[in-house]
Ligand binder design. Sequence first.
Ligand SMILES: [Zn+2]
Length: 169
Amino acid sequence: MDRLRRVSARMLLAAVAACCNADELPGCFAAEVDAHVLGQFALYGPLSRNREYFGYIYLHQGVIASAVSAGGLCKWTVRCEVSTPEAAASIPGGARVLGEWHTHPHSSGSRSLSAADVRGAHANRHIRCYRAFFSRSNGEIVAWSPDASEVKMAMASLVRLGNYRRNGR
Ligand SMILES: [Zn+2]
């Protein structure tokens, strides 16, 4: 048993060494996560007129789902960041976390990541397969690298997935 575990640990290390991004790692369900995330943005994007939504993506009993929390109303003078501990609290026990997504509101939202966005995903970069997504105020859905420790680096890593307003890729 122990020997088996050691062998599979070694295999895992080899697989990790062979490629570099969570979206290419085996066992990370990258295509399924992409499809799930696009579905979440299709649902919560249009609702993000003046508030943000945040979700932790997880795998539980063979199903990919999100634990979602809604932020307060955004005003120009008030920051409206959404509570990530609230979303974390609704992840079912035994689930495997695969990443996070959040929306930026249409009305007062930004097209850029905030320092807090980048810090949050960066703090979870040790979680295998962890990926981070957000939607810009114009509806564009993008992924960024949790390895990025600063906004500038994170913005340079953006990969476009689609736009929930145009429903296209
Ligand atoms: Zn944000």
